[in-house]
Write a protein that binds this ligand. Structure first.
Ligand SMILES: Nc1ncnc2c1ncn2[C@@H]1O[C@H](COP(=O)(O)OP(=O)(O)O)[C@@H](O)[C@H]1O
Ligand SMILES: [Mg+2]
Length: 392
């Protein structure tokens, strides 16, 4: 019966450079959700940041012409009243026109990548509304979007990370020579220069000498005000592994080795090389990665540890850098909402995409129940008790 189903809002798109990748990931998730259990409500956030719903969003082909699609889609907004959990159709009659019937959302499944949607902003909005959501908390999402914060948290958790030096656009403007000498006293060439808060390899490049270092930093500064320079792992093998669930109750996937001919896995390598519309699941890779049993288990245990250290929930992918000469493993980064939700990493252990989504939704509902059980100090009114003297 329709009414017994859980209403799942699949949120996708957003004001992010990874907008299109999100559309592909979301369409894959929508196709895989078990329609006997869930009523799927697609919610698309345009590149301008406007929110839409409607059945037209269920057809991936409709996204070839987005202006035409938006003419057919229904503008919507979430009630921001805590616990209301309603998605309403936006009316042209203005704010005070008659409220239209809406749809109650039981759980949100954010399938979004990049800034403004994966970085804690959308998660904070869902917290404000009181809607359970199937991805990491505001804290984990924000830390996951900033490679400088993320490295600090991972290192503090006892996980191995490469040596690095971080600085801001302000530091660079004030004294670029001092920044360059601090980097070169800590690291040796080759180095990798990264904007701290982008994804999909945008603005990331390798520097082999001081001149290139300065140049690559200038390039990275055109993308971000926060920069990270890392010791390059060279030679390099890249290994990824995903975790699913909640801290303390995680399922870890097999490992994969993405395959590419270039030094830095580019946006094209990650998403476009297969020429198909499969998103991250279409990229070239070896599954499971060819690794000895010990390294495999080490990577899998680091994956669960990183997932907990960053307050993750849902499905997250941890990317590793492996030096094949020394066999040293480093945690490179954690993707809080990975491309294609990493479904292809769970299939080899018999977990279908539909089951992966079931687990994500269960984790979202459980996290909300756990949060609701916490004592909220503001539930009592200290003003009602008299004697309030204000803050000293
Ligand atoms: N320290 C490093 N040494 C060697 N290669 C690196 C290093 N860090 C990143 N890379 C290369 O750059 C790519 C993108 O870097 P990454 O930190 O994963 O950023 P993104 O968030 O854009 O995926 C990696 O997949 C890898 O190919
Ligand atoms: Mg990466």
């Amino acid at each position: 019966m329709e009414s017994n189903k859980i209403n799942v809002a699949v949120l996708f798109g957003g004001r992010s450079v990874e907008h299109e990748v999100s559309i592909l990931s979301a369409q894959q998730a929508i196709a895989a959700l078990d329609k006997n259990k869930y009523q799927v409500i697609p919610v698309y956030i345009s590149k301008e940041g406007k929110w839409y719903s409607g059945d037209v969003l269920l057809d991936v082909k409709a996204f070839r012409d987005i202006p035409a699609l938006l003419k057919q889609a229904v503008p919507v907004y979430f009630s921001h009243d805590y616990g209301d959990q309603m998605l309403y159709q936006r009316q042209s009659g203005g704010l005070f026109s008659k409220k239209q019937a809406g749809t109650r959302i039981d759980v949100a499944l954010p399938v979004v990548h990049g800034t403004s949607v994966e970085d804690g902003c959308l998660q904070g909005f869902l917290e404000t509304c009181g809607i359970p959501y199937a991805c990491p908390s505001v804290l984990g999402s924000a830390v996951g979007m900033d490679k400088i914060m993320m490295k600090a948290v991972l290192r503090e958790a006892g996980l191995p990370v490469v040596e690095y030096q971080a600085f801001t656009a302000g530091d660079w403007a004030e004294d670029a020579e001092a920044v360059l000498s601090a980097i070169q006293s800590k690291l040796h060439f080759p180095m990798i220069v990264k904007p701290a808060n982008l994804g999909s390899s945008i603005g990331i490049s390798r520097a082999d000498d001081p001149e290139a270092l300065r140049e690559k930093i200038e390039l990275a500064l055109s993308f971000s005000l926060r920069i990270l320079v890392e010791q390059a792992v060279d030679p390099l093998r890249e290994i990824n592994c995903a975790a699913l669930g909640l801290p303390g109750d995680v399922e870890v996937s097999v490992c994969e080795e993405p395959l590419n001919g270039k030094e830095i896995l580019s946006f094209e390598d990650k998403y476009l090389s297969s020429g198909s519309s499969k998103g991250m699941s279409g990229a070239k890779r070896r599954i499971p990665a060819e690794l000895d049993a010990e390294t495999t288990e080490l990577i899998r245990s680091y994956t669960a540890k990183a997932f907990s250290a960053m307050d993750c929930r849902g499905v997250c992918r941890v990317d590793f850098l492996l030096d094949p000469k020394s066999n040293q493993v480093y945690v490179n980064e954690l993707n809080t909402i990975p491309g294609s939700l990493s479904f292809y990493l769970f299939e080899p252990s018999g977990v279908g995409f539909d089951q992966l989504l079931d687990t994500m939704i269960r984790a979202a509902l459980r996290a909300k129940r756990d949060a609701d059980r916490l004592t909220r100090v503001y539930d009592s009114n200290i003003l009602a008790q008299g004697g309030f003297k204000g803050k000293k």
